[in-house]
Design a protein around this ligand. Structure first.
Ligand SMILES: Nc1ncnc2c1ncn2[C@@H]1O[C@H](COP(=O)(O)OP(=O)(O)OP(=O)(O)O)[C@@H](O)[C@H]1O
Ligand SMILES: [Mg+2]
Length: 511
């Protein structure tokens, strides 16, 4: 029951019915009052007409000296006209009734109200209540005029006063009947309108609303295959269309999420097993490779400098070293070492890194603009691992500028919010150092940007595609991250965010 009272449709129905009731009641009330007024006005008009006619007849009889017939005339008049309750003539000085249709009243004093109206000379009709009934009354003086002078001296201004009273009973009956009719109409109208509201509301609002709520409940419980079937040509139709569209979008988004989730699960399991295989193979290769390297070095040392086999052996040694490097990379990807945190200076690590790459950069006509000041304080990090990261990013930049260019390296301080906005994941530390590597190379295609940190993604014939994925892993182990921005043909900006740690961090276990 309480649920019904709280429902919007019930409240709306009650409000509408209340509005209909108030409006129709007002219309009916004003109509009843209007009819009432008109009927009373008609009776007053009647009293004027009758009193004028009676006065004319009285004058005529008096002029013909037949005034004795007056009493008969008045009695006849009242008999023939049932509405005419009282017709009387009273004396203008004494106020006593001279002639009346009610003969027992003759000689009595006229009503006080009628007398007062005569004194005030008010000839307009008025409504009076007597013995519980209403009357339209008119008090009309019969003036002395020259033709009357033969019987009445001219000093006598008024010969008598005519008092006519018309009953309003019939008018009241009509008013009652009309009021009854109006009220009946009001009740019938109200019932009909209520029915229309109820039936119309049920069909136009409740039914579609119920269907919408049912579908919403099913969607809420996870059934995205359901749709609203009845498409009406109104606001509900529009709402249903929009709702169906929303479920369509939800359904396809859900499918897409499920698909991505599956893909990620597959990738994760593939990567995990790949990591195991890699570390197994790498270990198998590493030891024989070290043996080969030793044997060749021994063999090489035994050859004289001008021996024609020397360049071949040197090339074999180079290739063995390359293989050794790849194996190390694979191992560090599959089994990264936990960072050894020591207070280190970014500028020093950078200088060491650049020392290795200067010759290559010079060959390719690349200018390295190192803007990192040596005054930047030390922070806790694993300098060897960070150097590996800087080296990989710098070599990548050099590879991206085969026809020369500028590599600018700078640092800036960032707070937690800035870093969080940039890398879009929660970070723990409050302050960070951002090391920027900005090159003017060929840039990275937008479709490749999401993949460059993936292991084995490479566009180089001699690359392993492990550089950036290992670098990101190292920096994430430090509590930071690497981001990239790039524009094809203009260059790339790699930023390494390293947290400024106040104390030795706990090293997360790495697999
Ligand atoms: N500064 C850069 N400008 C343009 N492309 C870049 C840049 N840095 C990285 N890349 C792209 O990202 C890919 C992945 O880089 P990553 O360092 O992981 O592997 P790699 O350099 O190809 O191989 P490796 O580092 O193992 O020798 C590169 O092949 C290259 O296409
Ligand atoms: Mg690389």
């Amino acid at each position: 029951m309480m649920k019904l009272f709280k429902s919007v449709r019930f409240r709306l129905l009650i409000l509408s019915l209340l509005a209909v009731f108030v409006i129709t009641s007002m219309v009916v009330l004003s109509d009843v009052l209007d009819t009432n007024e008109r009927l009373i006005a008609a009776q007053k008009e009647k009293s004027v007409l009758l009193s004028d006619t009676i006065k004319q007849s009285i004058m005529l009889l008096m002029l013909e000296n037949r005034w004795k017939e007056l009493q008969v005339l008045i009695e006849d008049l009242s008999k023939n006209n049932p509405e005419l309750k009282e017709v009387r003539i009273f004396h203008p000085v004494s106020g006593r009734i001279i002639i009346s249709n009610e003969t027992e009243d003759i000689g009595k004093r006229i009503y006080e109200k009628d007398w007062n109206r005569f004194i005030k000379q008010e000839e307009s009709p008025f409504v009076i209540k007597k013995h519980g009934s209403m009357f339209a009354t008119r008090v009309l003086p019969i003036k002395n005029m020259p033709p009357c002078y033969r019987c009445h001296p001219p000093e006598q201004k008024t010969l008598g006063v005519l008092d006519v009273e018309i009953s309003l009973a019939v008018a009241h009956e009509s008013i009652k009947a009309s009021t009854y009719k109006h009220i009946t109409g009001l009740v019938v109208g109200f019932v009909v309108i209520s029915m229309i509201f109820l039936i119309g509301g049920e069909r136009l609002i409740n039914t579609p609303l119920r269907e919408l709520i049912n579908v919403m409940k099913k969607v809420e419980s996870g059934d995205l295959s359901i749709r609203i079937k009845e498409m009406r040509n109104d606001e509900f139709g529009y709402l249903s269309g929009a709702f169906n569209h929303m479920i369509d979008t939800l359904e396809s988004a859900k499918k897409e999420i499920e698909r991505c989730h599956m893909q990620q699960m597959e990738r994760a399991s593939k990567l995990a097993s790949l990591g195991e295989i890699i570390s197994g193979i790498a270990h198998e290769i590493k030891n024989p490779l070290a043996g080969i390297s030793c044997a060749i070095q021994v063999f090489n040392s035994e050859l004289s400098d001008d021996d024609s086999r020397k360049p071949v052996i040197t090339e074999v040694l180079n290739q063995v070293n390359r293989l050794d490097r790849i194996v190390k990379d694979l191992l560090s990807y599959a089994k990264p070492k936990p960072p050894m945190f020591v207070p280190s200076r970014i500028s020093e690590i950078l200088e060491k890194t650049l020392f290795f790459v200067y010759p290559e950069a010079k060959k390719q006509n690349i200018v390295i603009d190192n803007q990192v000041s040596s005054e930047i304080p030390e922070i806790l990090m694993d300098p060897d691992q960070v150097q590996q990261v800087f080296l990989n990013i710098t070599i990548n930049a050099i590879h991206a500028m085969p026809n020369g260019g500028i590599l600018t390296i700078s640092v800036s301080k960032k707070d937690r919010q800035e870093v969080q906005d940039e890398i879009k994941r929660l970070v723990q530390d409050d302050k960070f150092i951002a090391v920027n590597f900005h090159d003017t190379g060929k840039g990275i295609l937008p479709e490749d940007l999401t993949y460059i940190f993936e292991p084995f993604f490479t566009k180089k014939t001699k690359g392993t595609g492990l550089g950036l994925s290992i670098s990101r892993k190292i920096i994430q182990e430090h509590g930071g991250d690497i981001t990239v921005r790039s524009e094809v043909g203009k260059g790339s900006l790699f930023t390494v965010y390293l947290p400024i740690k106040s104390s030795q961090p706990t090293v997360h276990g790495s697999q």
